[in-house]
Design a protein around this ligand. Sequence first.
Ligand code: FES
Ligand code: FES
Length: 208
Amino acid sequence: MIAPEGLPSAHPAARSGQGSPVSGNPGAALRTVSCTLNGEPACFGVAPFRTLLDALRHELGLTGTKKGCDVGDCGACTVLVDGAPVNACLMLAVEAEGRRIETIEGLAAPGGELHPLQRNFVRCGAAQCGFCTPGILMMAKALLAENPRPTEAEIRFGLAGNICRCTGYTKIIEAVALTASEVCGVPAGGASPAAPARPAAAQKRGAR
Ligand code: FES
Ligand code: FES
């Protein structure tokens, strides 16, 4: 599990208590959060108790990140924080202060060209209803960044915190293995050094 590094300092505007009252909770004031979101500077106001998942979906309009369980069990809300996978439903939005947040909306190239993982999900038929897909793609991105040549077992272990109700996982594993083979020039699901004791997937905040 990725341990939170403690709440970052609130934005000066929030510390000064100059935030706006929160609708429905007049005792709370909005905090201003500044971060890097999909490569661009972002600044937004959010209630201090709001999760990153809800802030992404409601304050920022980025609805690609899905809410499945809202308690850290399903992985549908996976985003990357400073490159590490995090269940956004278990992270407060104010913890994003000064961090680098990546969501599914930033996975494709700015011109719209699909990321190799996205392209191979399409090629392999790895998405059905698609509800789990954004979280799995972000998790797979982190997995391949940490271990560019995963075995099939390592891919399965790395994605163990992401639940899919539709596909049976086989096509998902194929798509990730195919992406690794394209990037590294090794056979899909091919040989890899011994698996790390706890890859990023299993260390993700909320992974059980
Ligand atoms: S919504 Fe299920 S883990 Fe966050
Ligand atoms: S494709 Fe439907 S939950 Fe995974």
